[in-house]
Design a protein around this ligand. Sequence first.
Ligand code: B1M
Length: 211
Amino acid sequence: MNKILSELSTLIIEGNFNDAPAKTEAALLEGLRAESILNEGLMPGMDYVGVEFKSGNMYIPEVLQSTKAMQSSMDIIRPLLAETGVEPAGKIIIGTVKGDLHDIGKNLVGMMCEGSGFEIIDLGKNIEPDAFVAAVEEHKPNILGMSALLTTTIGSMELAINALEEAGIRSTVKIMIGGAPVTQEFADKIGADGYASNAASAVDLAKRFSS
Ligand code: B1M
């Protein structure tokens, strides 16, 4: 791997959001294309973070630092990627369901998916089923991701799926759900396409849905 990209990967793994932007600028000055910086510098770093998080060698605060470092580099190359027409891995709409204000896990999932090359449209928290439907109609994503942290709000995921059915657009998106009270059994029961227990698994699932 190119030395500067390898150093950038290391900065992402270390969660060094102070130095990652300067290293990204240096890579551009060296003549590297934004696409190479993403695919050969940033993404391998985040892939490593995902593996370490899943195996219990990295913890949430460290992953958040890494995603912040990733974001700080993405802020620099995002406009260049758009200019060169680099296709994202897929488009994901994500939001925390109605009645639920917990968004830390949802943000982590969104950031890690962005780090893996997905375009993320983050609707925020306390999202009504109809707002998910309107967003799917408008943005035509590959994946709709819903997060819930309360046993009292997970039912809203089913309401959103029903609303997508009623609008006739359920089959146009894969639905991924997650959050502490959510289980695979619950996902099967409400007709979601998949469940992920953590952000790294959510990235794997999103990749599977988009391949
Ligand atoms: Co709340 N809260 N909270 N809270 N809160 C919990 C969830 C709770 C378990 C605490 C407890 O009682 N032990 C409990 C829920 C009990 C239950 O329903 N069974 C609870 C409660 C009761 C409440 C209130 C009702 C308290 C009150 O006011 N009486 C209230 C509800 C407000 C509302 O939402 N309407 C409330 C409020 C809050 C704060 C606002 C103070 C704050 C949220 C701040 C914020 O998010 N901006 C808060 C917090 C921080 C927590 C705890 C402490 C931490 C949650 C968190 O961020 N975890 C939580 C207790 C706990 O978990 N220890 C608790 C870290 C985060 C990275 O993990 O969100 O699980 P998590 O996300 C993971 C996975 O779940 C998965 O990947 C993530 C990363 O690995 N994942 C997905 C998540 N979404 C995914 C989506 C996917 C795929 C994977 O695909 C789309």
